[in-house]
Design a protein around this ligand. Sequence first.
Ligand code: UD1
Ligand code: MG
Length: 448
Amino acid sequence: MSVALIILAAGQGSRMNSALPKVLHPIAGAPMLHHAIAAGNTIKPDHVIVVAGVGADQVTASAKSFDATVQVVLQHEQLGTGHATAMTRETLKDFDGLAIVLFGDTPFISSNTLQALVQSSADVTVLGFEPVDPARYGRLIMNDDQLERIVEFKDATDAERAIGLCNSGVLAAPAPILFDLIEALNTDNAQGEYYLTDLPYLARTKGLNVAVVTCDAAETLGINSRAELAAADAHFQTATRNNMMESGVTLIAPDTVYFSLDTVIGRDAFIEPNVVFGPHVTVDSGATIRAFSHLEGCHISKGSIVGPFARLRKGTQLSEDVRIGNFVEVKNATLSTGAKVNHLSYIGDASIGEKANIGAGTITCNYDGVMKHHTKIGSHAFIGSSTMLVAPISIGDEAMTGSGSVITSDVEAGALALARARQTTKSGMARKLFQKLRSIKAKQTKGE
Ligand code: UD1
Ligand code: MG
């Protein structure tokens, strides 16, 4: 059956108390909306339409950056979930397949649950769930296996509020039926909005079948406040840790490892405690990430070891068997097979050749205050400890720099560059100096 997903994302999200549109608040490094689109895409829909309103430019850019095939329609005034759904009528005017309405603030629906909605034979199918605390969710009023109506928390009586079966917001109906029913919505309710939740009641009055499919409460976690955002993130982390371990990744202290929506880690990778995977990180099979490392926008190949206490930033590419040690920061740099940066260094805007060894305290001085410049280090080069490489600069294959050098001109292959003051040693001078200082101190103490 052909399917169109309608993702409602136009609301202000006033309970977030934020200048950022609610659906752009991040969960695991990615906007909530990306999670919602990713969840919907698992059933390979024919259309995905996002309804944007508050912060529409930002929401549109964010949706398209995640999935260029997503269509965006605008809801200029936020008159309710029913009104938001009606905004897609024009886009779907020739579509007679199943329309499924999802909420941008309910991003964890599983593929199986969406499939259950696709397979439902009812005219209208609502996704319900039974949370431990039904809180402010809408309640489902059943009559045998038919859903009679949905009552919003604000409009519910005490008896209705005592019902545990809640509305997830997700609703499915063939597009022609959906738009037909939406025509009949009104704003006669506590919030003065066009509620999508009035659809089941309208459907029943027309003698249509209205069924409920239920799912696990974790899938329908609605995010309306910062506390719910934190709870959603925690839920995502727990699920991802379990998925990672099932797919063969070792996490020796899973509760301390933080993942992003798009983190990809290969089988038999080994992750020590307290590691943060920011957005866009891929780790190949058999790599090791040691404790207290922070990674984002990077790729780590097989056999490489990162950390402890390493920071890998955007644009970092580690080939096989690279070593990045403690207190090393790497940004926008490519390190070839077997290269080592083991201690206390900053490598930014650089390419480092095979088996090059970068000594402790080396810094690529990549920024002149206005522009960024590149550093190239050849294969098997040996950069002495505490070398300052003033970019743009190139160090040839098998070249060497002396410790403490400030290198400002290119070094040819095989050459040794020394750029530091020559040492002078004065015999007996230290002892004389100590004696002099001690006698000064003795005189001062007497005088006190
Ligand atoms: C909604 C449901 C409630 C359900 C709950 C589940 C309605 C009327 N209520 O309440 O029954 O239990 O979700 O989480 O549907 N939106 C628009 N345009 C609007 C209004 C809202 O696009 O004019 C979008 C919001 O951006 C949001 C979604 O629709 O993504 C839901 O809106 P929200 O205000 O969060 O509804 P809830 O009060 O959570
Ligand atoms: Mg909500």
